[in-house]
Design a protein around this ligand. Sequence first.
Ligand code: FAD
Length: 447
Amino acid sequence: MSQRFDVLVIGSGAAGGACARILKAEGLDVAIAEGGPFGGTCALRGCEPKKVLAETAHAVARVREMAQANGVRGDLSIHWPTLAARKQFYVDRVPPWSEDNYQSLGITLLRGRARFTGSNTMLVGDTPVEAARIVLATGSKPQPLSFPGAKLLAVSDDFLNLKELPPRIAFIGGGYISMEFAHIAAIAGATVTMAVRGDRCLKRFEPDLVSQLCAATASLGVEVLYHSPPHSLEKTESGFVLRVGALGEHAVEADMVFHGAGRVPDLDGLDPAAAGIAVEDGKLTLDSFLKTTNPAVYAAGDAAWRYQLTPTAVMEGRAVAANILHGDHVSPDYAYVPSATFTHPTLAGVGLTEEQAKSAGLAYEVKAKTGLSWSELTRLGIRHSGYKVILEPGGGKLLGLFYMGEDAEEVVNLAALCMRQGLTVSQIMDMVWAYPSFGYTLRYMLA
Ligand code: FAD
């Protein structure tokens, strides 16, 4: 006998949670199926545990950089086992809180991995479930890699769960997860190498600022190898040998080698074909309302494969809830999605890069500078910094803003608000800002 619901949400992370809460608040009978611990990637093995490590590393590096000029004395170091325990303290409280929260709202919790058995039926573990609508919020997983020895790679979950910091660490890939982890590990004392397939890291950000970040990365002692796709990975008596380059011409010795080469939607075991759901190249076929080729089934978050960020997962979960409640009418708006790389210093951005503005045929002007001498930065000892602003000509609206420096994520959040509200340069300059503050630096960028 099947359990029946108005809506069955698969996955208890940011997307599934946002969607289920709205639908329940509107009076629908909602269940969430979860194959792992309740809480999702961001809280258990993504943004939040990472921030415990990154903020500690950032604070230590910041003091080291300020020390000489500002009279701070004594060496600082990170005791990794203590930091790991602190991170785990935050992680361990997530699943019970998450379960209590859903149950207090009246959402039914189903434990087990879900798989389709028909167009609107699934098995969750061994339990048959039927629902008028199903939402796939199953998140993502590291992209499968096929070079010899790829099975020996550790993944981001393993990095976040390290009880001791290995002395020599290598990362494959130049995305934000590799870059953030490389900074954390280097500041904590490891010898770190990053092997990047092409000639640049962090493709979503302005190249000039990525160059600044690479300079900051080098000054932390991280070696970045470009044009270095993985060739093979071997276990040795003393650790691993990672060979990179087309012929494996460069060898990197490391105690652990991590996969930071991208993530793909996690559709493992779902059997979408059993529900008539089309999948192409591992990605669900979705319309602009996030509906699959089965009209009863939607997707949101990393499973929907648009942006792979927590705030966009929430936005998509909310959009799907609105479409289920009132018919398809909401398409997520990705125009002003700010994002940050929590390195040391942070690099953040929102809106169009110059390349994107050019390709879109827009009229624009650019204000840009690197190696900033603002006292806000120099008094913290920040040597690698910069900004690039893409503007409508003649003091019009902001089209894009990228900034590397202290509190970059908050500066970019402010820029996103200005962009969303359609403020012009003079309207932004007319505002009174607290001073000194990093928000105020927006005025320097736009002057
Ligand atoms: P998830 O939170 O992954 O939830 C999916 C859930 O579905 C999981 O709990 C899984 O167990 C469950 N599931 C999967 N398949 C099934 C099944 N068949 N049956 C039942 N349950 C199933 N984003 C940011 O915005 N900022 C950051 O700083 C940031 N840092 C990150 C750092 C790391 C190391 C990683 C890995 C990610 C980071 N992200 C960050 C990305 C962010 O975590 C994700 O975009 C976000 O968590 C996606 O949420 P989601 O709800 O789509 O999926």
